[in-house]
Design a protein around this ligand. Structure first.
Ligand code: MN
Length: 249
């Protein structure tokens, strides 16, 4: 890839009809902020949950897909990675949004650097129970099994998983919900990338470390929440001068 214009990265917007201000900020980002971009990368958890592309039947999903589709109409590429909450985002949604689905992790070269992209949940290797669930839910058989359930059952399960993730934030849980040094180093080593960009942990920062004698940067994308408490959000820009973090316009 030989981009000339900047690449933009967002993740963890957790969009749902229950957070209209966050949805409005997302629409502003796509229509205004992304206008000069070469490409927009959404690295997972765009939706609070996505339990199969039959959710495209809902007006809310159609609204989000329509907003995203304006990018390709303006010659701006859109890349979409699944998160842990919307791991069932599929080709039907991608088509409706004018997006290309990316595998997790995904490696590419741009502006003279090798970059690896991930949602981030696979890097939280201390959470053994979650990693077991992830392996099953991300397998073809696991997906197929879950998608065979009636929509009502899937909704009920998604609701249960959400409630569970909201009520159990003990300090121990917080610790295993971050990436591990091993998870990060393994990915930087196997991908031979100098830049890792991921979301998921909601701990925006840049971490510099040496891997096999190479200096690497790990950029964590901020999550968005403009409906409860102090508004937060933001995005990363990657261009010829490297990666930088930006507040929402
Ligand atoms: Mn996540």
């Amino acid at each position: 890839m030989r981009p000339t214009r900047p690449l933009l990265f967002i993740s963890d917007l957790h969009l749902s009809p229950a957070i209209p201000n966050t949805v409005a900020a997302f629409e502003r980002f796509i229509s205004v902020t992304a206008a000069q971009a070469e490409a927009v990368y959404i690295l997972g958890d765009l939706f609070e949950y996505w339990i199969g592309d039959d959710m495209l039947a809902t007006p809310f999903a159609q609204q989000v897909a329509r907003t995203l589709h304006t990018l390709s109409e303006r010659g701006i590429a859109l890349y979409l990675m699944q998160g842990n909450r919307d791991f069932l985002l599929g080709t039907r949604f991608a088509k409706a949004a004018g997006a290309t689905l990316l595998p997790d992790p995904f490696v590419f070269d741009a502006f003279g650097q090798r970059v690896v992209l991930a949602h981030g949940d696979a890097l939280c290797t201390a959470d053994i129970g979650y990693q077991r669930f992830r392996r099953v839910s991300h397998s073809a058989a696991g997906r197929c099994f879950f998608l065979s359930w009636p929509l009502k059952w899937r909704l009920a399960l998604a609701e249960r998983m959400r409630n569970k993730s909201q009520t159990t934030w003990t300090p121990e849980r917080m610790a295993v919900a971050d990436v591990t040094q091993d998870g990060v180093s393994d990915l930087l080593r196997s991908s031979r990338a100098s830049i890792l960009i991921h979301g998921h942990t909601h701990r925006p920062a840049v971490h510099r470390q040496s891997v096999d004698g190479r200096v690497t940067e790990r950029w964590v994308i901020p999550d968005w929440e403009l409906d409860h408490g102090a508004p937060r959000g933001g995005y990363l820009v990657f261009d010829e001068s490297g990666v930088s973090e930006h507040a929402l316009d």
